[in-house]
Design a protein around this ligand. Structure first.
Ligand code: UD1
Ligand code: UDP
Length: 371
């Protein structure tokens, strides 16, 4: 019996780890699965765990309003260390690039516990973009014993960094497993309130990246405002606003009073997935949404200067548009006005997996432990 500790703290980690936890639990004679939340996110994490019916055995509850990255790391390491000493797991699984993931990987390494890194090998090559995620990923690759690369491209990035190929497994991204689970739930009709819906094109927007705070975020919101005003009743823009006070403040200030822009609280995963399905077009700086939307056949304009997810860009369904107002307006208008350009992008492509990443991950863990 191997004790596997699954650590996460934020919304995207919970989405992408949920299928891994559910899969691990299918092997109760081989694995004791212990779920630990650092609580880097609070409300936004609960929203996800509810859908997947996952209850952490430990919750460090570290979140503070407008927290600093150093606080997240220091408080996570201190809290996790106590749990590691008590539970003595044989492996710690972490996901992605957040400060929780990095802190958990480092803490496990310091206790000589094997580290499995889910979603390994994504790179932009720019250490300040995304910040601090690019460096979190690089540091995690140096402490991990098992690297679960979602695509061949991410596996190649690891090989270039001299990671032993025998420890790299190309699995697909568990976000597609999660998406399939959510799509299995009954359709959600939360946006069915609007009788004009069928006549309107709905644009779904999410923004939250730290490197966009300040001027870039203002430009992004100003672009949305211009588009909303120009198209009036022909479009409806929905923006579930991230709870980060930097985002809340700017979004409310610039977009709070625009008639066809609806600012909402962050949505539960299930309604959010169904909103993606209803959208005509998605504007986002989210990593997860960039991976989910192409599978649903929705064109995505990425509100960032770099992306560590080049696969859907190469496939032509995702376009990097940056954070300059004029470019965002131009590219959005193109998709709203030019049917040919729209149809070219609105194809379902799925470079991120077939929904079976979690079984592949568990297979690799069983083989690591010779089970
Ligand atoms: C974090 C991750 C980022 C990831 C994002 C996903 C780091 C450094 N950043 O960024 O990689 O893409 O999560 O959303 O790990 N807040 C709440 N309630 C919540 C969540 C957040 O009130 O449920 C507020 C708090 O004031 C908190 C702030 O948002 O201090 C920022 O949260 P934090 O986790 O530090 O950063 P994110 O921008 O969410
Ligand atoms: N998401 C959600 N509700 C929302 C917005 C996003 O459930 O209101 C989901 C989304 O489908 C994706 C994940 O949250 O799976 C992405 O999280 P986020 O954009 O916060 O982080 P990132 O992926 O950029 O790290």
């Amino acid at each position: 019996m191997k004790k596997i500790m699954v650590v996460f703290g934020t919304r995207p980690e919970a989405v992408k780890m949920a299928p891994v936890v559910l899969e691990l639990k299918k092997y109760p004679h081989e694995f004791k699965t212990i779920v630990v939340s650092t609580g880097q996110h609070r409300e936004m994490l609960k929203q996800i765990l509810k859908l997947f019916k996952i209850r952490p055995a430990y919750d460090l509850g570290i979140m503070r309003k407008n927290q600093s990255i150093s606080d997240i790391i220091a408080n996570s390491i201190r809290g996790l260390e106590k749990i590691f000493i008590k539970e003595k797991p044989e492996m710690v699984l972490v996901q992605g690039d957040t400060s929780t993931a990095f802190a958990a990987g480092l803490a496990a390494f310091l206790h000589k516990i094997a580290v499995g890194h889910v979603e390994a090998g994504l790179r932009t090559g720019n250490k300040y973009n995304p910040f601090p995620e690019e460096v979190n990923r690089r540091l995690l690759s140096s402490v991990a014993d098992l690297h679960f690369a979602p695509t061949k491209t991410s596996a190649k990035n690891l090989i270039k960094e001299n990671i032993d190929p025998k420890t790299i497994h190309v699995t697909g991204n568990t976000v597609i497993d999660a998406l399939h689970l959510a799509l299995r739930e009954k359709p959600f009709d939360n946006e069915g309130d609007d009788s004009n819906r069928r006549l309107q094109k709905m644009i779904l927007v999410t923004v939250h990246r730290r490197e966009s705070f300040g001027a870039p975020l203002k430009e992004i919101c100003a672009a949305i405002k211009t588009i909303a005003k120009e198209y009036g009743d022909k479009i409806k823009i929905i923006l579930p606003v991230h709870r980060n006070p930097n985002v809340l403040h700017t979004a409310n200030k610039i977009l709070g009073k625009i008639k066809n822009v609806k600012l909402t609280e962050p949505l539960d995963y299930h309604p959010f997935v169904h909103l993606m399905k209803q959208a005509y077009l998605i504007l986002t700086d989210s990593g997860g949404v960039q991976e989910e939307a192409p599978g649903l056949g929705k064109p995505v304009l990425v509100l960032r200067r770099t992306t560590e997810r080049p696969e859907a860009v190469l496939a032509g369904t995702v376009k990097l548009v940056g954070d300059k107002k004029e470019v965002i307006i131009r590219e959005t208008k193109k998709l709203l006005d030019n049917k040919v350009a729209y149809v070219k992008m609105a194809r379902a492509v799925n470079p991120y997996g077939d929904g079976k990443a979690s079984p592949r991950i568990i297979k690799a863990i069983r083989s690591y432990f010779k089970l």
